[in-house]
Each structure stands twice: as structure tokens, then as C-alpha cells.
Design a protein around this ligand. Structure first.
Ligand SMILES: [Zn+2]
Ligand SMILES: [Zn+2]
Length: 213
């Protein structure tokens, strides 16, 4: 994700793609941090500029903490670089993930490895996009690796705002959490043994769909 200072307050970013992502921060190219986190009582936390900024100035750029290609785009864009390509090569194991070539497949393997087994064992079913994304988040949290995208916010910093959800919405998220549990069975036999920070229901309160950036 990128934030660009603008008179109209519009954000910039990758064009023409649809993906599901959980907000993260800091990509490989690390600009000096112009933004800082602040807490606003009753409103949660936010980001603000630490100095005056010029219109058009890049304030912040970040790769997502985790992302997946949506079902509609599956097979038409590379699952790693998200470039559109008519000649994608599919993963020989799950036959779901498709890449432009060997290098993208290799770079994606860390994020795909465990998911690959879950996708394979779920056949002929395919998880909803949000469940597949939540699965990637679970595996990433379990790896506990340092992620540059967490320079300003970590996944655990994201607010769930559970108290603002209706009972109907909570039921829907509980259903997704159950679907996630079934989907991850090949890798995580007993979700009750996971660290308390990895709560399937909570994850769905933090994940949202972002289109066209
Ligand atoms: Zn690619
Ligand atoms: Zn695979």
C-alpha cells in the first residue's frame, strides 16, 4: 500500500488489481518514515505526518502483511507479483496457485508451502477468499518472522472493533472461523493448541476486502 500527499487526499497504489489483504507496512524499499502512529481516545489509533508535506509527496509505501488473489482473478494474474499473464504455470501440488515463472514461484513458496497442503486436502472444495487469506495470516504469525511491513503497525495492533459488530455479523464471522479451522486441518490438527494471540475469530474481525489498488 502507498500513501501519497494530495490536495484531494487520494491514495496511490498498484493499478487495476483486486486482492484481499491485511494491512501491513514497510516494503523492501524503505523510505524515511514521515508518518507516526498516534492514539485518539475513543477513536482508536491512526497515522499522522511528522512534518509539513508537499502535495504529491510519497508518505508511505508498504507491501501487504499477507495477500491472496481473489477467486475472480485466479488464473489470470500471477499469485506472487500480481501481474496479468496469459501463460501462467500452476503449482504441481495444489494446482491452484499460478505463477509467471520459476522465480515468482520460488519467492512465493514460503507463503504458499503450508497453504498448498491445505488447498490440496480441501479438494474438491475451495475456501472463500477471506478464509484463504486468514490461513496465510495464521501461518505467517506462527513463523514469527520479522516483517518489514510491520514498521508502523503489527497485525496484533490492528483493532477488531468487536463491540461495534451486530450479533448477526458475529455469527457470520464465527462461521468463517469454523470454515478456517476445517481448511487448515491438514496443517493444524488442533487449533486449541495455538498461541492465544492467534485467534481465528479475531483474525476475521481484522481482515477486509480491498479492491482495485
Ligand atoms: Zn509473477
Ligand atoms: Zn500449491
Amino acid at each position: 500500500m502507498a500513501a501519497v500527499a494530495s490536495r484531494h487526499g487520494r491514495g496511490g497504489g498498484r493499478g487495476g488489481r483486486t486482492l484481499l489483504s491485511a494491512c501491513g507496512r514497510g516494503g523492501e524499499r524503505m523510505e524515511p518514515v514521515v508518518l507516526e502512529r498516534f492514539l485518539s481516545p475513543g477513536k482508536g489509533s491512526g497515522l499522522r505526518a511528522r512534518r509539513r508535506v508537499r502535495p504529491g509527496e510519497l508518505l508511505y509505501r508498504a507491501e501487504p502483511f499477507a495477500y491472496v488473489v481473489t477467486k475472480e482473478q485466479l488464473g489470470s494474474v500471477c499469485e506472487h507479483c500480481l501481474r496479468r499473464n496469459e501463460h501462467l504455470h500452476r503449482c504441481s501440488q495444489c494446482k491452484v496457485a499460478k505463477y509467471c515463472g520459476k522465480s515468482c514461484q520460488k519467492e512465493a513458496w514460503l507463503d504458499h508451502k503450508q497453504e498448498c497442503r491445505c488447498l490440496k486436502s480441501s479438494e474438491p472444495n475451495f475456501p472463500p477468499d477471506s478464509v484463504r487469506l486468514a490461513g496465510r495470516i495464521v501461518f505467517k504469525l506462527l513463523r514469527q518472522s520479522v516483517c518489514h511491513s510491520e514498521r508502523l503497525y503489527s497485525f496484533s495492533d490492528l483493532q477488531s472493533n468487536i463491540e461495534q459488530l451486530s450479533e448477526e455479523m458475529k455469527d457470520g464471522l464465527r462461521h468463517l472461523a469454523h470454515t478456517l479451522q476445517l481448511y487448515l486441518k491438514a496443517e493444524i490438527q488442533d487449533a486449541s493448541h495455538l498461541p492465544p494471540a492467534i485467534d481465528f475469530f479475531q483474525i476475521f474481525t481484522k481482515v477486509r476486502k480491498v479492491s482495485g489498488f
